[in-house]
Design a binder for this molecule. Structure first.
Ligand SMILES: *[C@@H]1O[C@H](CO)[C@@H](O)[C@H](O)[C@H]1NC(C)=O
Ligand SMILES: *[C@@H]1O[C@H](CO)[C@@H](O)[C@H](O)[C@H]1NC(C)=O
Ligand SMILES: *[C@@H]1O[C@H](CO)[C@@H](O)[C@H](O)[C@H]1NC(C)=O
Ligand SMILES: *[C@@H]1O[C@H](CO)[C@@H](O)[C@H](O)[C@H]1NC(C)=O
Ligand SMILES: *[C@@H]1O[C@H](CO)[C@@H](O)[C@H](O)[C@H]1NC(C)=O
Ligand SMILES: *[C@@H]1O[C@H](CO)[C@@H](O)[C@H](O)[C@H]1NC(C)=O
Ligand SMILES: *[C@@H]1O[C@H](CO)[C@@H](O)[C@H](O)[C@H]1NC(C)=O
Ligand SMILES: *[C@@H]1O[C@H](CO)[C@@H](O)[C@H](O)[C@H]1NC(C)=O
Length: 462
């Protein structure tokens, strides 16, 4: 029996779940060199969500260098949309004029947990007498892909074109977590040595490499290229994780879950209108659209996850810059003509008493708006998540605002055991008397409630 207008929610949680929700420790390092390390990533066990999110910061470099896990892959970038970039080496194979091999380098990458993005990277081979193979380790059903490139003259090579003349590109298999690149030459570059003495092969972020004819000569200067990994949490989907809160990573109230791009795991996002880190309890903060977008012609009011525009007294319209804006009541019939309901209004106005009809229209609009607003707040306060959990957990109860007010004696201070503040949200630890044997509750009071009727706490029972 859940009413859409209920803005109060109570989630039964195990104590451990609340504790783990409080991760990470406040003093966790968030930088290594110039890399920003957001939770769930971290440099120590107090700071990361689980071992797969370990970033090793090696201070013997200046500036310090971040590596994935205990591995050799330098981390270049971590973004909260489930993408991370690591540096990978370039395999090269060079020959002198006589066709003798001079020196070569290899390319390999080992990501312990996160798959190498099959859509955002490309296996790339550059050279005029070159072939290369991409192999994955034995554990992963040994997968292989290859590319051959040749050219008799640099004149045949075209900028931006990787179809086998000077450059060859192909996608990599889905779901692989490592690779090893083998490179070779058919004629040791003997026929092309005057303009191309080396072949190169590497996996690279597709957007980061644009082939040009000069790469046939100059690519030896590039030692490392970025590779995109898809990261996600755990090995269960959103649906499975919601059934077991301790494996559900989307801690922020205003967050939502999405399944990972590759095989297992799930990812989190802040809801539209919110920004920040969805993996932290207070991570998703409201965006003030009024200052960020300046969407209103009339007065702008910031709401949690949204905004509303209104017109000053004596004006009508939706108040939006890209809507009808605000227009004077006296010129109602100059309102935009592309609006179907306005057309209806013209007809109706001739038939009905205009005064009665107008008030009915405004009353209807207001009712609709209130319903929409309530639906919005219900969603933003985690209502959907709760409904999902309700279907799988019998112990969950949702209380109305009235119930709670009564149960907590109008948020009586003497009922409060502990109080903490994070980012303006207030957490009260209290006792709900007429619910079982003095069950402890965690009450969260939001700072971003739009007005008095929406100041509703979010309660988590322990
Ligand atoms: C971090 O530093 C490296 C060199 O030390 C530089 O190449 C890279 O662009 C920097 N990254 C950012 C995000 O500033
Ligand atoms: C840091 O890098 C140095 C130089 O590559 C290496 O010898 C050392 O083992 C690394 N330290 C750690 C903790 O990985
Ligand atoms: C190419 O180089 C390899 C290694 O240096 C050598 O064994 C082979 O004989 C060479 N082949 C030709 C066609 O020159
Ligand atoms: C091969 O070795 C020479 C001399 O040691 C060096 O100048 C050159 O950069 C190397 N080439 C590659 C591709 O590593
Ligand atoms: C290809 O790109 C290189 C470097 O970006 C440039 O120097 C060259 O003129 C370009 N060639 C053509 C045919 O556009
Ligand atoms: C919930 O997840 C945790 C950690 O992933 C696991 O240890 C526990 O067994 C799971 N519980 C259930 C009921 O699946
Ligand atoms: C924000 O408010 C506008 C106007 O009230 C509404 O059309 C829109 O759906 C809302 N957006 C969200 C994300 O709730
Ligand atoms: C109106 O403007 C807002 C904010 O700039 C934008 O999100 C929305 O898509 C626009 N709507 C239309 C119909 O152009």
């Amino acid at each position: 029996m859940i009413s859409q207008s209920i803005l109060v929610a109570i989630i039964l949680l195990l104590a451990t779940e609340i504790k783990s929700a409080m991760l990470p420790e406040a003093d966790c390092p968030t930088m290594c060199g110039n890399l920003t390390i957001p939770f769930p990533f971290g440099t120590t066990s107090d700071c990361y969500l689980d071992d797969s999110f370990l970033i090793t910061c090696n201070h013997s470099y200046n500036p310090p260098m971040p590596f994935l896990n205990m591995g050799k892959s330098q981390v270049l970038e971590i973004s909260l949309d489930g993408v991370m970039k690591v540096a990978s080496s370039v395999a090269s194979d060079c020959y002198d004029d006589s066709g003798a091999q001079i020196n070569g380098t290899i390319s390999e990458l080992v990501s312990y947990k996160f798959p190498i993005s099959s859509t955002r990277n490309k296996f790339t081979v550059v050279g005029c007498d070159t072939f290369a193979f991409y192999k994955t380790s034995n554990e992963q059903r040994q997968r292989m892909t290859g590319c051959v490139t040749s050219c008799d003259s640099i004149d045949y090579v075209i900028n931006g074109t990787c179809t086998g003349i000077g450059c060859c590109q192909t996608y990599i298999p889905k779901g692989v977590k490592d690779f090893f690149v083998n490179i070779g030459s058919y004629r040791n570059h003997t026929r092309v040595n005057n303009f191309n003495s080396c072949g190169y092969a590497f996996v690279v972020e597709a957007e980061a490499f644009e082939f040009s004819t000069s790469d046939i000569k100059d690519l030896r200067n590039i030692k490392r290229v970025p590779v995109v990994l898809d990261w996600s949490v755990g090995d269960v989907t959103c649906k499975e994780a919601r059934e077991n809160l301790s494996s559900y990573a989307c801690r922020a109230i205003h967050s939502e879950c999405s399944d990972s791009r590759n095989e297992l795991g799930h990812r989190c996002n802040c809801l539209t209108g919110f920004q920040g880190n969805p993996y932290l309890v207070d991570g998703c903060q409201d965006i003030n659209e009024c200052t960020a977008l300046k969407p209103c012609e009339g007065e702008c009011k910031n709401l949690p996850g949204n905004y509303s525009c209104s017109c000053p007294k004596g004006f009508e319209g939706d108040g939006m810059k890209n809507g009808t804006g605000c227009y004077s009541t006296g010129h109602l019939f100059n309102a935009p003509k592309n609006n179907a309901s306005t057309g209806l209004f013209y007809v109706a106005a001739g038939v009905l008493l205009p005064g009665v009809f107008t008030s009915w229209v405004f009353w209807r609009r207001k009712q609709k708006k209130v319903t929409r607003l309530r639906q919005n707040f219900f969603n933003r306060n985690g209502g959907i998540l709760l409904q999902n959990m309700l279907s799988s957990r019998k112990a969950l109860t949702i209380f109305t605002a009235e119930d709670l007010k009564r149960a907590t004696n109008n948020y009586d201070e003497s009922k409060i055991l502990r109080m903490e503040q994070h980012f303006g949200n207030t957490y009260y630890m209290g006792i709900l008397p007429d619910h079982g044997e003095n069950q402890e509750v965690l009450v969260i009071k939001y700072w971003d409630a739009p007005d008095e009727s929406c100041v509703e706490p979010f309660i988590i029972l322990e």
